[in-house]
Structure formats: structure tokens, C-alpha cells
Design a protein. Structure first.
Length: 104
């Protein structure tokens, strides 16, 4: 018996591609989840983004309100665009630093 498609008015087609770099450790964890849940990598990553994105946005807003900035923004303030993120999957504790205070 065929399954009928679910009609979801807010659904959008999956026609955009995003390149994502993962460390060997992250890829290993992702592959373990693929084997355990029997889901594709892309499905798992889309669900992770959907579940975690609101929490991420709120955490970044809280850090910004507290006066913190990403280390890349602090070290290279003239860089244009958003590509100032970390280049490795190291410790996350030092990725945010206190913004320098302006003397008034």
C-alpha cells in the first residue's frame, strides 16, 4: 500500500546546498548517529540545525549583551564579511573574548 505524501503548508523544497566542514571527530560522531538511527547525514544535520538554532541565537545574543565578541572579530576587526570563525574544532571556551573598552 503506497504512503500518501504529507501536505505541509510551511514545507519548502530542499533545493539549496550548503558546504559544511567537519573535523574527523565530528564526522565520526555523525557516522555513529547515522548507523544508530538509520538516517542520512543530511537529515541528521538538518534536524540538528532546526533543534539547536534558536538556542544558539539566544546564546550569542546573551554573549553580545555581556560585551563579548568572537576572538576572530577582536583580532581582525577590519575583516569584511562573516568569515572570521574558528578554523579548528578545538576548545570553545576561548572563542569569545571581552571587547576592549573605549576610553572616554
Amino acid at each position: 500500500m503506497p504512503l500518501f505524501p504529507i501536505r505541509e503548508p510551511d514545507a519548502e523544497p530542499l533545493d539549496c546546498t550548503v558546504k559544511l566542514r567537519l573535523s574527523a571527530r565530528q564526522l565520526e560522531q555523525l557516522d555513529q548517529a547515522v548507523a544508530e538511527f538509520k538516517m542520512s547525514r543530511s537529515w541528521i544535520l538538518r534536524e540538528c540545525i532546526a533543534e539547536g538554532f534558536p538556542l544558539f541565537v539566544e546564546a550569542v545574543r546573551q554573549r553580545r549583551r555581556a560585551g563579548l565578541v568572537p576572538r576572530g572579530e577582536y583580532q581582525n576587526p577590519e575583516a569584511s564579511g562573516p568569515r572570521r570563525g574558528p578554523r579548528s574544532d578545538g576548545l570553545r571556551g576561548d572563542r569569545w573574548v571581552g571587547a576592549p573598552r573605549r576610553r572616554g
